[in-house]
Write a protein that binds this ligand. Structure first.
Ligand code: MOS
Length: 742
């Protein structure tokens, strides 16, 4: 395909975004729009025994205060449709009853003429609680943690806990060289720039149109219909742009339901925008306490892996992914055993965050591999090569493709890894200690069922429609690229419609699966369109394509062309005009066809340089090379940006990010982006992204997706570089200066 597929096309929505023309959920307006402000619980667990709204109601401009006592009817938590991404359990419903299950739980919504008045009046709502004892500390819950219950019908590997193999304990005991250690990653919050918000438009006929911040408009639409007992045609959810979500928008969050409840109660249009602190009561990346043991032979091959993990969930839902499975999958090893327990805490349910489970699990595994390399006196890259796995270790399947060796080679070369001196503290730059570390990354390459509609007009313009989101990854742009190439029209002729629940069916945008899903979806729809054009072309009097079969034509430069003989061609415009049609609309559903006898994954190799001023303990990440193999890349610019952004987040994970809870109150202490530290420009130096070529056949277009792989392994590579610089191994994140000094 040409000329757009594989090139560095700039975002087609870029100008709208930087000029402010792109509207986000809380920016839509309606006549008579009113504003809701959330009152959040001040305790972590208990019951509301008195909720006095009289002072709030007296404020001029206040319209109503919604609580569990006067809200419209909602379906019972166990009966209603949960949501596409819901784990086992009973999902939280705002204003459902008097029960408090976590700190900052929404317990009332003050609705007023302006957001300022609503927010002020919310501060006047008086609440009396009957407090119950709470537990929010994963370490205090270690002994009460319960084993995960595998889902009954796991659809994909991501949700399937791994099966043990061989005799891990015996092999570990017999191993010539052993390393074991405990690793910790704290709770992290997504902190997207765009605050969660929803604008619910109350239409004249009682229907609701809801602009919501979400990664799945149809998921939110189904959820709201079910919870509110509304008909599917009466609720429409729209989300044209998303200012970052990273997994926090995979599940419907409570702002949409609150806005809908208020709109139904007041028969008015209502906007609910959360504050930054309130966003700390949505989901989070679960903290993870992990114990890893590795047994190896003296030549550096692995004999045994055991991986025990405890992750955090709420009291009411069991969220987990296959956190322990990565360690048994990444390297060749005959014996592996896993244990995964859940600490049920008085917190909101944990949820997906970019590459859910992999960055936390691989922080432990890839730190442990680095420690094993030290024990074996082997170069850490050499150790990875000696353990290189050509087959999926869980199922013994080959990979659909795996260019990880090439990632190692190209990454090491670009970084200059061969100049590394093995001894810790052996490299310096002036007074700074210099450390070089590396790690491997791995993620899933999934495809989901999706429907795409294309409307092609005789003048050669096309509208491509699908209910997927663009969460900032570049979906608008790659959809236009793929459609333009396949339809043989200029990129400017293609317009994209997405983020609307009335469009053809799409899964939530997540799991790095939309690029492969929607691109192959476009291919299917274009193929059906081409067949219709080909039959129109054959009917044109004395058509040069009269004897050309539908599968023998291609679309190029506005023409329907015989693939074998390009002189036999007829313009799309002529074919449609002769057929008396000025617009062809085609919609097709595409199901994944991947061969289940092969494993489908993306891989990466990360190389990091840190410079550390020992006197003040400051760690600077001066260089990172991330070489990624993710099948065919549709857009080298947006793809590189995905990896760049992921690497920056990896720096944050390694050095800055940590949600701190005051366990006496069960409250997040740093619920703001001043005290929840994320990397800023000054923390980010030289990052080089290498997109390694990889031919793949797990879907017709060979696309694997790369929205998530870029973060996996980065924190481990940084921790390993810190060890190399200082000789100090820090096994709990983030690596702050107190831990370096300790
Ligand atoms: Mo991603 S954590 O599937 O948005």
């Amino acid at each position: 395909m040409a000329p757009y597929f594989g090139s560095a096309v700039s975002r087609i929505d870029g100008v709208a975004k930087v000029t402010g023309a792109a509207k986000y959920a809380a920016e839509f307006n309606a006549a008579g729009l009113v504003h809701g402000s959330v009152v959040a619980s001040a305790v972590a667990k208990g019951r509301i025994i008195r909720l006095d709204t009289s002072a709030a109601m007296q404020v001029k401009g206040v319209i109503d205060v919604l609580t569990h006592k006067n809200r419209p009817r909602m379906a019972d938590s166990d009966q209603a449709y949960k949501d596409d991404v819901a784990p086992a359990g009973a999902p939280f419903r705002p204003l459902y009853d008097d029960k408090i299950m976590f700190d900052r739980q929404p317990i009332a919504l003050v609705v007023a003429e302006t957001s300022e008045v609503a927010r002020f009046a919310a501060s006047l709502v008086e609440v009396e609680y009957e407090k119950e004892g709470h537990l929010t500390d994963i370490f205090a819950a270690r002994d009460s943690a319960v084993p995960i219950k595998p889902p009954e019908n796991p659809s994909e590997a991501l949700f399937t806990p791994p099966k043990p193999r061989g005799q891990a304990d015996q092999a570990l005991a017999a191993a010539a060289v052993r390393h074991e250690g405990e690793y910790y990653v704290p709770i992290e919050h997504h902190n997207p720039m765009e605050l969660y918000g929803a604008t619910a438009i109350h239409e004249r006929d009682g229907k609701l149109t809801i602009y919501d911040k979400t990664q799945g408009v149809q998921n939110v639409q189904r959820y709201l219909c079910s919870v509110l007992g509304m008909k599917s045609q009466d609720v429409r959810v729209i989300s044209p742009f998303v200012g970052g979500a990273f997994g926090s928008g995979l599940r419907p969050q409570y702002e949409a339901l609150l806005a809908a409840l208020a709109a139904l109660a007041l028969r008015r249009s209502v906007r609910v925008a959360l504050t930054r602190p309130q966003m700390y009561a949505l989901g989070y990346r679960p903290a993870m306490v992990q114990h890893i043991a590795l047994g190896a032979s003296t030549n550096g091959t692995l004999d045994a892996i055991t991986h025990h993990a405890i992750t955090v969930t709420s009291r009411f839902e069991d969220y987990f992914r296959q956190e322990t499975g990565w360690s048994g999958l990444l390297y060749e090893c005959a014996n592996a055993r896993y244990e995964h327990k859940l600490a049920r805490l008085d917190l909101p349910t944990s949820c997906d965050m970019r590459a859910p489970s992999a960055p936390t699990a691989l922080f432990a595994l890839e730190s442990a591999m680095d420690e094993l390399a030290v024990a074996l006196a082997l170069d850490p890259l050499e150790l990875r090569l000696r353990c290189y796995s050509e087959r999926d270790q869980h199922h013994g399947r080959p990979f659909s493709s795996k260019a990880l060796r090439e990632c190692y080679r190209q990454g090491a070369e670009a970084f200059g890894w061969n100049k590394r001196k093995p001894e810790p503290r052996s490299m310096r730059d002036g007074s700074d200690l210099v450390g070089w570390g590396m790690a491997t990354g791995m993620w899933e390459a999934l495809q989901m069922p999706i429907a795409v509609r294309i409307a092609l007009t005789a003048n050669g313009s096309a509208e491509v429609a699908c209910a997927t989101s663009d969460i900032g990854t570049g979906t608008y742009t790659i959809m236009a690229q793929v459609a333009a190439d396949m339809l043989g029209v200029p990129l400017e002729n293609v317009s994209i419609k997405l983020g609307d629940s009335t469009l053809p069916n799409s899964p939530v945008e997540g799991g790095s699966w939309i690029a492969a899903s929607v691109s192959n979806g476009i291919a299917t729809t274009v193929a059906a369109l081409r067949n219709r054009l080909s039959s129109l072309a054959r009917q044109v009097p004395s058509s040069p394509l009269a004897n050309t079969a539908p599968e023998e034509v291609a679309l190029a430069d506005g023409m329907i062309v015989d693939k074998r003989d390009s002189s036999r061609a007829i313009s799309i415009a002529d074919a449609m005009r002769h057929g008396g049609v000025d617009r062809i609309v085609q919609e097709e559903t595409t199901n994944p066809t991947a061969d289940q006898s092969k494993a489908r994954n993306t891989h990466s190799a990360i190389f990091v340089e840190v410079k550390i001023d020992e006197e003040i303990g400051v760690i600077r990440v001066t260089r990172i090379v991330n070489a990624v193999a993710a099948g065919r890349v549709i857009n080298t610019k947006t793809a590189s940006s995905q990896i760049l952004g992921s690497v920056v987040w990896g720096i944050g994970m390694a050095l800055h990010e940590e949600t701190l809870i005051d366990h006496r109150f069960g409250r997040v202490m740093n619920a703001n982006i001043a005290e929840y530290h994320v990397p800023v420009n000054a923390d980010v130096r030289d990052i080089k992204v290498i997109l390694v070529e990889e031919a793949d056949d797990s879907n017709p277009l060979g696309i694997k997706g790369l929205g998530e792989i870029g973060i996996v392994g980065v924190a481990a590579a940084i921790a390993n570089a810190v060890y190399h610089a200082t000789g100090k191994r820090v096994r709990d994140l983030p690596i702050t200066l107190d831990k370096l000094f300790a």
